[in-house]
Design a binder for this molecule. Sequence first.
Ligand SMILES: CC(C)(COP(=O)(O)OP(=O)(O)OC[C@H]1O[C@@H](n2cnc3c(N)ncnc32)[C@H](O)[C@@H]1OP(=O)(O)O)[C@@H](O)C(=O)NCCC(=O)NCCS
Length: 263
Amino acid sequence: MAEYIGTNLQVSIQKRMRERHVWIEDTPEIANGGRTLNFLDPDKMGWNRVGDLTQEDGVAVFMALPLEETRANLQERLGANWRTPHWDVFFGNAESVLETCNSIISSFVLPVGWRIDSLDTPTERQIDDIQNLNIAVGIAPYPAYYCRGDVIPCVSTCIWDDKCRLVATAMANFRYHPNSRLKGHLYAGSVSVLPDCQGMGLGKMANAALLVDSHRIMGWTTVLEQVKPDNVPSRRMIEACGLTKSQELATILVINSDDQFSA
Ligand SMILES: CC(C)(COP(=O)(O)OP(=O)(O)OC[C@H]1O[C@@H](n2cnc3c(N)ncnc32)[C@H](O)[C@@H]1OP(=O)(O)O)[C@@H](O)C(=O)NCCC(=O)NCCS
């Protein structure tokens, strides 16, 4: 198991996020994304401070904000050598999402000998399996301390086959400050299904079980998930779980290197 994982830049940001956590916990305009610093309210924080922190890290996430306006602000303040890919943002309220997800769960039949668990303190071995499956499907893994819930509550849902091979996983966390714009929101994502098991309903099942189980553990009111605009299976999985795409908001990742980060 890797306490910190990825390229030198990814590891250095993960360490910095851990060191910054006490400050982050006290600051409603930002959130600890584990892999990156998340800005929720750059106007309130002040764009000079936002610019300094983004320059310091070389990467940052601007979470669920108006796309064109935020992108224009970033390009003006940071310059042309920063990339600004975006993710579509989906929201769902607890009542309707839970009803939809419970119906997915009750109609899904796991093959004999397979099992599904939601873990709020996964073991080292389980974290290792989760990180490896994330990497295998191109999702940037979270550092181990974050998966264990050392800094904020986290839940990982895992589906194992009859040979104890992890075939699907998804992760949710409660990262937003109780006085922030996204208070009460669950952040869910990193849904990863082994390539030879994709298209069998496992992603939808893992996501549905994650939302139901994390609600029991954390009591969220709204869920937020994010999808790259060209990722059709992921979008359909999230919509099938009862979430709806925001027409106004998107998440932007700003970065000035070729490292791969997930928003
Ligand atoms: C995205 C991913 C998690 C989906 O899991 P999956 O088990 O393959 O998908 P499911 O079988 O549960 O299907 C989910 C929905 O997508 C649709 N779908 C699945 N594969 C599809 C494809 N190749 N093209 C179009 N739609 C597809 C299914 O029909 C289903 O929609 P429906 O319920 O409306 O019919 C999985 O493909 C994956 O691990 N991809 C790589 C990592 C990734 O992109 N993760 C998402 C990050 S948020």
